[in-house]
Design a protein around this ligand. Sequence first.
Ligand code: FAQ
Length: 331
Amino acid sequence: MYSQGLIGANATTDEDEEFLARFQARIDAEEKIEPNDAMPEGYRRTLVRQIGQHAHSEIVGMLPEGNWITRAPSLRRKAALLAKIQDEGGHGLYLYAAAETLGVSRDEMTEELLSGKAKYSSIFNYPTLTWADIGAIGWLVDGAAIMNQIPLCRCSFGPYARAMIRVCKEESFHQRQGYEIMMTLAKGTPEQKELAQDALNRWWWPSLMMFGPSDSASEHSDQNMKWKIKRFTNDQLRQNFVNATVPQGEHIGLKMPDPDLKWNEKTGDYEFGEINWDEFWRVVKGGGPMNRERIAARRKAWEDGAWVREAAMAHAQKRQARRDAASVAAE
Ligand code: FAQ
């Protein structure tokens, strides 16, 4: 997607006040920052962190749904699910490529994931127990992802913003395929409706956690809003998601698993109950039900693929040596 020549090419800067003010003025003027532009080291680092984590989330996010490919209930469902999971793999690749333009290699990002230094979304540490979970993931997880990613299409860093445009189009198909599964189950037999309700009960709160800690506990939000990496805070996006999703649940006759949920006429928002932040941090720190399995699966894939990476490198070196020999002969 981006030329390898860009890797590591962003100019190093001595960050005096004048430089930082000039950079902020570009951000305030809604200019896109490109990989070769001078940028504060903090801006580069936070983007590598966020884009890298986002890429890991897309790739790890293939695992819970991959669990159901062989058990999809019809050919149509299987084809749609396969296409969706493949899209997520593609999203991971665009995002790794966008992060590489900031001078970090895919190998380094992967090492950080496997060592536990880099995070990936908490949501993918929950198991997919029934077919209805595939509906709930599409409806809720992709729904939450879209709510978060539409504003990222206007992120100040050009490669990330441009990657998000296609990602969002694909996520919207994913959301609809999930909602359609939920709608079908909710209209089905009492047992099928119960499967849908059970999946909603298990995925609702973890979906709300996807938006990150509350604003008062969000370490990076203030600076990232100033740099226009983020356009809305974690709590604003979470609220927008609740407002959009509750009526969708009601429409198909499912009940949100929150006794405190109520419509507030004055604010035009749904009020909702307290999120279990202990659970959130436990899962983020590796203590969720599936953290170990997810990282073990990524480690195995990385190790199993080592020979392909080595073969590609050896081939590239051979071609380069041939080119070098030809140019010496021509002199
Ligand atoms: N899980 O100060 P903040 C998808 C960490 S893609 C784990 O608020 P920030 C598609 C955060 O990294 C889903 N960790 O951080 C799909 C930070 O830790 P650090 C992924 C989390 O960056 C669907 C610390 O907590 N989407 O679903 C989480 O300003 C279906 C403090 O937090 C993205 O990555 C969490 N939920 O805001 C695929 C979107 N929340 O780095 C397959 C891009 C927070 O200091 C199937 N990312 N943390 O060690 C973002 O928008 C932001 O990074 C936030 C966090 C909003 C996630």
